[in-house]
Design a protein around this ligand. Structure first.
Ligand SMILES: Nc1ncnc2c1ncn2[C@@H]1O[C@H](COP(=O)(O)OP(=O)(O)O)[C@@H](O)[C@H]1O
Length: 170
């Protein structure tokens, strides 16, 4: 097994898809955002944003030589053999986040970040184009998306970047 970074803007479906991949393949999946809280892998609490400031070095150390699927919007900040970047049209993303109970401001902020390809750009910067599998989840159900993720993990599909263009949303 190798290490897979399963990343994407919040709301793209990483948690949902990660759970399906774990069920189907038996591969170990770490939901990093939970681990950061449970293992106290943060430097401080940002009270204003109601969020934790992740201690990237502490996470790296905690991961050690672990192999499996690392699921988080931060997953691409750590070493991995391949990166899977989930994408979602900003309007659908905003809807998903509102339905999940996020504030209007947070849903909007994430939708704009998705339109600007922020996570993809960060991932390309770290991984280069040859080990990234970008998957558009818009109008697809999580089971289908999980099938694509499993194919990427098992080396049955080709790396690809540049599959969406959401810039008109802005
Ligand atoms: N492919 C999908 N189509 C529609 N809704 C989805 C899809 N994947 C996830 N969702 C829903 O969108 C919300 C965000 O999904 P989640 O897996 O928590 O995303 P993330 O972990 O990337 O923040 C959840 O309410 C989830 O049920």
């Amino acid at each position: 097994m190798t290490r897979v970074a399963l990343t994407g803007t919040p709301g793209t479906g990483k948690t949902t898809v990660g759970e399906i991949v774990a069920e189907r393949t038996g591969v170990d999946v770490i939901h990093l955002n939970d681990a950061i809280r449970e293992e106290e892998l943060y430097t401080e609490r940002d009270a204003e944003r109601d969020s934790l400031v992740t201690d990237l070095d502490a996470v790296e150390e905690w991961l050690g030589e672990w192999d499996g699927v690392l699921e988080s919007h931060l997953a691409h900040h750590f070493d991995a053999d391949i990166a899977v970047v989930l994408r979602c049209h900003p309007e659908e993303l905003e809807r998903r986040l509102r339905e999940r109970g996020e504030s209007e401001a947070k849903a909007r902020e994430n939708a704009e970040s998705e339109a600007l390809d922020v996570v993809l750009a960060e991932t390309v910067e770290r991984f280069g184009g040859d080990t990234i599998y970008e998957i558009d989840t818009t109008d697809r159900d999580p089971e289908d998306v999980a099938t694509d993720v499993v194919a990427a993990i098992e080396g049955e599909s080709e790396p690809r970047v540049g599959v969406v263009d959401f810039i008109e949303y802005l």
